[in-house]
Design a protein around this ligand. Structure first.
Ligand code: KIV
Length: 296
């Protein structure tokens, strides 16, 4: 939300108020664009929070960008708890959203609440995100009954990669577009506090955004959404291989990191690192006594 103060340049903790679920809901009516990014550990959480994100999503994208897998399907609740705990160790001002991994909210209402409860109790998440539209209404009801706020996620839902036949933009044909409109309306009616719209045409995202009274957060969904989310590795330039066309890379940290690493390697091999200034000294008399001990 743009009302937040500019982050302190010296890396000091930003003294901004904690972002809450009601703040996120209210941002739509106040027309304050919402900023969300992923984070998976203490370092990325600090970057996201000091950079002024309103929401930090501990995304199951960690299966791909952190754990190096080809999709998100093998991410477990244990892994999500582990990474969520690392993020919340930094006590960010941003709202922390815990992503529920594949099969953690599909089997029963009881299992869904227990798994979401682990993200909240053990991980410290303040709300959870689940993928899917009308099919998920029963589970959303169970989570809300347990006082766990829910963020929806429709469109190109990565956990449906096999059903979709790949990571494909959704809603390009009328039937699909109508389905997504219906899903968004049903999620909003069920009580989610925001909806991620991923990989949908910009015009469809605009129609959905105008239609629902909760904020939409777009990723590959054009400029009309109430907020935007990017995977932090993508926006910082840490992703190797294919980067989707909706990603704007705000830094090239991957290239900078490789250059820094090769400079370190060169300095070690040439004997240039460490210097005297980078080493600890002992007083001359102790050094002299030590020398005597060794020569004796
Ligand atoms: O897991 C994730 O990073 C996500 C975002 C892409 C919305 O779900």
């Amino acid at each position: 939300m743009s009302a937040h103060p500019t982050p302190a340049p010296d890396g000091a903790r930003v003294g901004r108020p904690k972002v809450t679920v009601p703040d996120v809901r209210a941002a739509k009516h106040a027309k304050l664009p919402l900023v969300m990014t992923t984070a998976y550990d203490a370092a990325t959480a600090r970057i996201a929070d000091l950079g002024g994100a309103d929401m930090i999503l501990v995304g199951d994208s960690l299966g791909m960008v952190v754990l190096g897998r080809n999709d998100t399907l093998r991410v477990t609740v244990d892994e999500m708890v582990h990474h969520t705990r690392a993020v919340t160790s930094q006590h960010p001002s941003a709202l922390v959203v815990g992503d529920m991994p594949f099969l953690s909210y599909h089997v029963s209402r009881e299992e869904t609440v227990r798994n979401a409860g682990r993200l909240v109790q053990e991980g410290g998440a303040e709300c959870v995100k689940i993928e899917g539209g009308r099919k998920r209404l029963r589970m959303i009801g169970a989570l809300l009954d347990a006082e766990i706020p829910v963020m929806g996620h429709i469109g190109l839902t990565p956990q449906s990669v096999n059903a979709m036949g790949g990571f494909k933009v959704q809603g390009k044909v009328l039937e699909q577009a109508e389905g997504l409109l219906g899903d968004a309306a049903a999620l909003a009616e069920a009580g989610v506090f925001a909806i991620v719209l991923e990989g949908v045409p910009a015009e469809l995202a605009r129609i959905i955004t105008d239609d629902v009274d909760v904020p939409t957060i777009g990723i590959g969904a054009g400029p009309a959404c109430d907020g935007q989310v990017l995977v932090i590795h993508d926006l910082l330039g840490l992703t190797s291989g294919h980067v989707p066309k909706f990603v704007r890379q705000y830094a090239d940290l991957g290239a900078q990191a490789v250059a820094a690493m090769s400079a370190f390697a060169e300095d070690v091999r040439s004997g240039d690192f460490p210097s005297r200034e980078e080493s600890y000294a002992i007083p001359d008399d102790v050094a002299a006594a030590l020398g005597t001990l060794v020569s004796d």
